[in-house]
Design a protein around this ligand. Structure first.
Ligand code: PHE
Length: 452
């Protein structure tokens, strides 16, 4: 089994696939609204520190575990230590829960693309357009199904390679357009206050929830703590430079999130006349704000709006393909169904699980688990509860049970391990202690018992 694994044909193969998985709605939709909500500059600072320490450590660990065992998460964790079998299963649960609601947001993106294609971009710039749209029943469900169907077609026909090839020019196009939009956005009247809010940390806004929010976002955006990098690692060639590849993915992913922040947060300040409550739009922030920017830029803005949502759709698809692929392989390993059967079952399950998230803003808006809309609830328990737990146990397993050498030896097979010291200290001490503290204190916070 282990020997029959295909390998990426080049180092770029691993980097491209991992970057395709990493860069998606997490960067463009999720990062800006969390940064806006959790205090701007302080969130950005905490996020950057986390990417360079915990993110780096976990991504190296997951990739090395995959490459060394040649297995995906369930098999790999079991092989490392029998008692950590549960970790493999817990890890697999994360993409199973994320994939459905990811498709809901993918559906919103297709809707906005059609809005621009049909020349309704100006109407979409109105404040209530987005909230009215997501409160409907039929249309959001339809676009959700189309988005999930598109993902399933790509996975079923196995054309990921083609999608990855296309991403070689779609990604740079997305970056160039985003830089253009960010420059336009930053130069709107009143936008500089937003730039300051996003870039300058205000330590009075610091809280355990800021760290938990940034941590969950970091896992989500880098596709960590859900077994994906373990699988990609298992396809990576022995001689490819693991440490450098990880660094490249991190830089690329963070740069795109940063750009998205620069497109959206200054624009929020400009169009709300500096009213900070506009920052709390939550999951809708990008969909409410960007159409205003495009409307401001006249006819050209409408064209750019269409192109922008097309490129975002593409980035989202490369991520949801990676999510669905993971779920399909979990089911296939477990039940040994044919690929066609597995894809069909996963698609149907996804639609059943996604429907409540979509309806949670309209027909089902009387349901508020933990006081959240249904989609936000799934988002919260995966990113802020399950992923930190998975990360915690991964650190314990590597740091204390099998020992960091298991990973450092694997990294050194392809190159010197420059940040070995940081890796060992973070995985043994800093990460488990910080994750545990943050989780506990934010749970207490949620229950209304004040901590930090
Ligand atoms: N990292 C992706 C994003 O930022 C989301 C994702 C998570 C994709 C997990 C695959 C696996 O949008």
């Amino acid at each position: 089994m282990e020997h029959s694994r295909g390998k990426f044909s080049s180092k770029l193969g691993f980097v491209l696939a991992a970057a395709g998985s990493a860069v998606g709605l997490g960067n463009i939709w999720r990062f800006p609204y969390l940064a806006a909500k959790y205090g701007g500059g302080i969130f950005l600072l905490v996020y950057l520190i986390l990417v360079l320490t915990l993110g780096f450590t976990l991504m190296v660990a997951e990739t090395a575990i995959g490459r060394r065992t040649g297995l995906s998460a369930i098999g790999a964790f079991e092989k490392l230590n029998h008692k950590f079998r549960f970790l493999g299963y817990l890890t697999c649960l994360v993409p199973i829960l994320i994939f459905p609601y990811y498709c809901v947001i993918g559906g919103w993106v297709i809707k906005y693309l059609t809005v621009y294609l049909s020349g309704q971009g100006i109407a979409a710039a109105q404040d209530t357009y987005f909230s009215n749209y997501i409160a409907q029943t039929g249309e959001p469900l339809l676009w959700l199904a189309i988005y999930a169907g598109l993902t399933a077609i790509i996975v079923y026909f196995g054309v990921q390679k083609g999608v990855e090839k296309a991403s070689r020019f779609m990604m740079p196009a997305l970056i160039i357009l985003s830089i253009g939009v960010a420059i336009y956005s930053v130069t709107r009247p009143g936008a500089l206050a937003g730039v300051a809010y996003f870039l300058i940390p205000d330590f009075s806004r610091f809280s355990a929830n800021t760290v938990l929010g940034a941590m969950g976002q970091m896992f989500y955006s880098l596709s960590l703590a859900m077994g994906i990098m373990v699988t990609y690692g298992s396809y990576m060639k022995q001689e490819d430079d693991l440490e450098k590849s990880v660094a490249q993915i991190e830089v690329f992913d963070t740069a795109i999130a940063f750009l998205a922040g620069m497109m959206i947060i200054p624009a929020v300040f400009s169009y709300s006349g500096g009213d900070e409550s506009a920052l709390n739009k939550g999951a809708g922030l990008m969909f409410v704000t960007l159409p205003k920017v495009f409307a401001d830029a006249g006819t050209l803005g409408q064209i750019f709006g269409g192109v922008f949502f097309l490129l975002v759709l593409f980035a989202a698809l490369t991520s949801s393909v990676s999510l669905m692929e993971t779920v399909v392989s979990i089911f296939q390993d477990k039940f040994h169904w044919t690929r066609k059967m597995t894809c069909t079952v996963v698609l149907i399950l996804c639609l059943i699980m996604a429907a409540p998230s979509s309806l949670g803003y309209g027909a089902l808006d009387f349901i508020h688990p933990l006081g959240l809309a249904i989609l936000d609830f799934f988002d919260f328990i995966t990113n802020s509860v399950m992923m930190p737990i998975v990360a915690f146990f991964t650190c314990l397993l590597i740091g204390w049970v099998v020992g960091p050498k298991y990973v450092t030896e694997e990294v050194k097979r392809s190159s010197a391990f420059k940040r070995e010291k940081i890796f060992v200290v973070v995985i043994k001490y800093i990460a488990p202690i910080c994750i545990a503290l943050i989780l506990v204190s934010s749970i207490l916070d949620t229950l209304g018992i004040a901590t930090i």
